[in-house]
Design a protein around this ligand. Structure first.
Ligand SMILES: [Ca+2]
Ligand SMILES: [Ca+2]
Length: 215
């Protein structure tokens, strides 16, 4: 006696705070039908899973509802659905994408920071957007500097995580000007976002003019 299990659809996308639904189907693949208990693991923070019904006879199906919380971090998650039968245990995977709810608000810091050779500057922005940051966050950075290849640029999110934005390096110098970036993140929108700019090579200097972030 044996059975199989699958999720249809096998993936879904929700905004944080909303629910995703999929059908968990089972089939008897050998011998007689058997009772199968269903459970889910690998859920994102704040999310709960409910099966209706919580157990089926193989050949039957159940509706899985995954309810996320407003605080559930944006990101991609693989939820494992486990069917525990009388003779065997099988799993199916449901790919859940949680989107941010911060609504794409933009914040700016226009303070100038002098960039010297072999020095690092940090420019903070305090975001009052609520919910999870809409990933990817968008950056617009304006730097007056004759050698962008000298510059190593990182972003730190409110939860302390660092993200590489633009790495130093190159065989010839180009003026930096204004550049835009999309940075995938998975964290809250509110709090202090910090842009860090390091000049890692001798000769060219400049200043961070302004930057903005859309979270
Ligand atoms: Ca330099
Ligand atoms: Ca400025």
């Amino acid at each position: 006696r044996d059975f199989s299990i699958s999720a249809n659809p096998a993936s879904g996308t929700v905004q944080a705070g909303s629910s995703a639904t999929t059908t968990i189907a089972t089939q008897t693949t050998a011998g007689n039908a058997q009772a199968v208990n269903l459970s889910a693991s690998g859920l994102p923070t704040g999310a709960t899973a409910t099966f209706n019904p919580a157990s089926v006879t193989s050949g039957g199906s159940s509706t899985l509802t995954i309810a996320t919380a407003p605080t559930t971090p944006a990101g991609s998650y693989n939820v494992t659905v486990t069917g525990t039968g009388e003779t065997a245990t099988h799993t199916a995977t449901y790919a859940l994408t949680v989107q941010g709810t911060s609504g794409g608000r933009t914040f700016t810091n226009g303070t100038n920071y002098t960039i010297r050779d072999y020095s690092t500057v940090q420019s903070p922005i305090t975001s009052t957007a609520t919910g999870t940051a809409t990933s990817p966050v968008k950056l617009s950075v304006t730097i007056s500097h004759t050698c962008a290849e000298d510059l190593d640029i990182w972003l730190r999110g409110p939860n302390g995580q660092w993200y590489a934005v633009d790495r130093y390096g190159g065989t010839s110098c180009t003026s930096y000007g204004t550049r835009t970036y999309s940075v995938p993140v998975s964290q809250q929108a509110a709090g202090t976002w910090t842009l860090e700019v390091s000049d890692v090579y001798l000769g060219d200097t400049g200043f961070l003019d302004s930057w903005s972030i859309t979270v």
